[in-house]
Design a protein around this ligand. Structure first.
Ligand SMILES: *[C@@H]1O[C@H](CO)[C@@H](O)[C@H](O)[C@H]1NC(C)=O
Length: 260
């Protein structure tokens, strides 16, 4: 299964040697193919992960993930952006494994100023490539924090979470199938490096400039909106916006205002 997250303009090709550090897993994470690929592995003792060398404020991030084939129950493969600290911003894509033949779950969340609780989940038996699955609009003006001013690092990891990940924790990891491997490639970034919120030059080649304003006002076109609606109607399995028992004081205000 191949999944691509977030798509926009033409980014330039990345190189894992240049762009990331394998920071977790004691040799279980390996840069391969001269920097064009990276494999993470998970066994009984540890998972593994890597993080970008740079931090980013606005931008487009492309990554192809090849998730664990066969029995991936209990495993979680991730691609996310996060800033440090308790009042952090974070944008999450987590892929929850399953028994052989059963679909992966794509789990998404957004944190702004440390406030999360915005989960949406999708059944991934379609290819996400170029299909928008989630939009989080900026409702800063009405008091809903939006990730706009804390530079974030890109993180990817493969780890075990069989206490909750698969069918609510009922299906455990089959360690006789270990090590489990996830592959990452075609990492492309087009963004503001070390993004200061004012006056930074964004883009991956000289002359590429995108004002922060431009990134903030990116919207889907009609075709994108149609696809997003299709994903939400056919493939969404959890939406915090419709989980009324979870929010006895009323659903979060960005849900009411959202077009989706
Ligand atoms: C795994 O498959 C089952 C049965 O199709 C499904 O209910 C569940 O949502 C799938 N995903 C996870 C992560 O458990």
């Amino acid at each position: 299964m191949i999944v691509v997250c977030l798509v926009q303009v033409q980014p330039s090709a990345g190189n894992f040697h240049r762009d990331v550090d394998v920071n977790w897993g004691d040799g279980r994470g390996k840069i391969v193919e001269g920097g064009r690929g990276l494999t993470l592995s998970l066994d009984q003792y540890s998972g593994s992960g890597f993080q970008s060398k740079n931090v980013y404020l606005f931008g487009r991030f492309d990554m192809q993930l090849k998730l664990i084939p066969g029995n991936s129950a209990g495993t979680v493969t991730t691609f996310f952006l996060a800033s440090p600290g308790p009042a952090h911003d974070e944008i999450d894509f987590e892929f929850l494994g399953n028994s052989t033949g059963e679909p992966y779950t794509g789990h998404t969340n957004v944190y702004a100023q440390g406030k999360g609780n915005k989960e949406q989940q999708f059944r991934l038996w379609f290819l996400v490539d170029n299909i928008p699955i989630r939009v989080f609009n900026n409702h800063d003006a009405s008091g809903v924090p939006f990730p706009t001013n804390q530079p974030m690092r890109v993180y990817c990891s493969l780890w075990n979470a069989d206490d909750w990940a698969t069918q609510g924790g009922r299906v455990k990891t089959d360690w006789t199938k270990a090590p489990f491997m996830a592959h990452y490639r075609n990492f492309k970034i087009n963004t503001c490096v070390n993004g200061s919120s004012t006056g930074s030059t964004c883009g991956s080649k000289p002359g590429d400039t995108f004002s922060n304003q431009a990134w903030q006002t990116q919207e889907l076109d009609a075709n994108g909106r149609n696809r997003l609606r299709w994903v939400h109607q056919k493939h969404m399995i959890y939406n915090y916006c419709t989980d009324k028992p979870r929010f006895p004081q009323g659903i979060p205000s960005e849900c009411k205002r959202s077009k989706f």
